[in-house]
Write a protein that binds this ligand. Structure first.
Ligand code: HXC
Length: 258
C-alpha cells in the first residue's frame, strides 16, 4: 500500500487500486489529486504486474467534484496558462482497462473521471450529476461530450441544465453504468470484474480497448479498418498461437502478454 497526499494505492491479484482519499472534503479532486491519479495510472500502464485498474472512493462518496475552493478565484487566463486539462487528456491514453467503483455521490469532475474510465460499477444508491450549473460554470473535463455520446442530446441537456442527480438505475439504463449492486458489494464486484479481465490475454484486452475507443469517434469504415489491423497484429503474438493451440489440444491456454 502506498499513500500520497491525496490517494491510497495498492495492487492485489494484478489489479491496481486507486482510492481517492480526501474524505474531509468528500474527496474533492484538487489538481494534486488529478496529477497523482495520472502518475499512478501511467506507471501501472508500464508495469507487467498490473493488468487492470480500479478507481474508487470510500463507502460514502466517490467524490463530490473538482475542488471548488481551489478554483474559486481562478480566471480564464490563469486557467489557460495552467492548462490542467492536458492531464485529463492523458487519461484517455492509458491502455489498460480502468474500472470506476462508485459509492455515494459522483458529481461534476468526479463524474467526468468516472466517465473517462472504461467500465463503471455503482452502488444501487449512488448519485450521479453535473451540478456545475449551480456554480455558474459548466463541465470542463469532457462531461458534456461523454454524457451526450452515451445518452443522446436531449437527455444530456436536461441533466446538465437542471444539475439534478440521476440514480444509479437510470445511469445503468442509459449506458453510463455497467452494473449496480448493493453498496457494500461495490468494491468486491469491481474486483471480480477486474480479476476476470486481468486473466484474459493481455494483448487482446489492449487491442480491443483501442478498437472500441476508435469506434466512438470515427466512421464505421475507419474504425473497422483499425479493428482489422489490430486483429492482424494479434497474429504476431505468442498468445494467439498459445490460445488457438490450446483450443485444438483441449487444454486451458497460458497467456503471457507477448
Ligand atoms: C471543495 C467540497 C466539495 C467540493 C464538498 N466539499 N464538496 N469542497 N470542493 N466539490 C466540502 C464541503 O465544503 C464541506 O467542508 C465538506 O466537504 C462536507 O460537505 P457538505 O456540503 O457539508 O456535505 P453534505 O451536506 O453531505 O453535502 C454533500 C454535497 C455537497 C451535496 C455533495 O457537498 C455539494 O454540493 N458539494 C459540491 C458539489 C459540486 O458542486 N460539485 C461540482 C464541483 S465543480 P467543511 O469544511 O464545510 O466541512 C466541478 C468542475 C469540474 O467539478 C471541472 C473539470 C475538472
Amino acid at each position: 500500500m502506498s499513500n500520497t497526499t491525496t490517494i491510497k494505492t495498492w495492487v492485489e491479484d494484478h489489479v491496481g487500486v486507486i482510492q481517492l482519499n480526501r474524505p474531509k472534503v468528500l474527496n474533492a479532486l484538487n489538481r494534486q489529486m488529478v496529477s497523482e491519479i495520472l502518475e499512478t495510472m501511467e506507471a501501472w500502464d508500464r508495469d507487467d504486474d498490473v493488468a487492470a485498474m480500479i478507481v474508487t472512493g470510500n463507502s460514502k462518496v466517490f467524490a463530490a467534484g473538482a475542488d471548488i475552493a481551489e478554483m474559486a478565484e481562478d480566471d480564464s487566463i490563469s486557467l489557460e496558462l495552467l492548462n490542467q486539462f492536458t492531464e485529463w487528456d492523458r487519461l484517455a491514453w492509458v491502455k489498460k482497462p480502468i474500472i470506476a467503483a462508485v459509492n455515494g455521490y459522483c458529481l461534476g469532475g468526479a463524474f467526468e473521471l468516472a466517465l473517462s474510465c472504461d467500465l463503471m460499477v455503482a452502488a444501487e444508491n449512488a448519485q450521479f450529476g453535473f451540478p456545475e450549473i449551480n456554480l455558474g460554470v459548466m463541465p470542463g473535463a469532457g462531461g458534456t461530450v461523454r454524457l451526450t455520446k452515451l445518452m443522446g442530446r436531449a437527455k444530456a441537456l436536461e441533466w446538465l441544465w437542471t444539475g439534478d442527480y440521476m440514480t444509479a438505475e437510470f445511469a445503468k439504463e442509459n449506458g453510463v453504468v455497467n452494473r449496480t449492486v448493493a453498496p457494500e458489494l461495490v468494491f468486491e464486484e469491481a474486483m471480480k470484474l477486474a480479476r476476470k479481465i486481468a486473466n484474459q490475454a493481455p494483448l487482446s484486452v489492449r487491442m480491443i480497448k483501442e478498437a472500441v475507443n476508435k469506434s466512438v469517434d470515427h466512421s464505421i469504415y475507419d474504425a473497422m479498418q483499425f479493428e482489422r489491423k489490430n486483429f492482424y497484429m494479434l497474429f504476431s503474438s505468442e498468445d494467439q498461437k498459445e490460445g488457438m493451440r490450446a483450443f485444438v489440444e483441449k487444454r486451458n491456454p497460458q497467456f503471457k502478454g507477448k
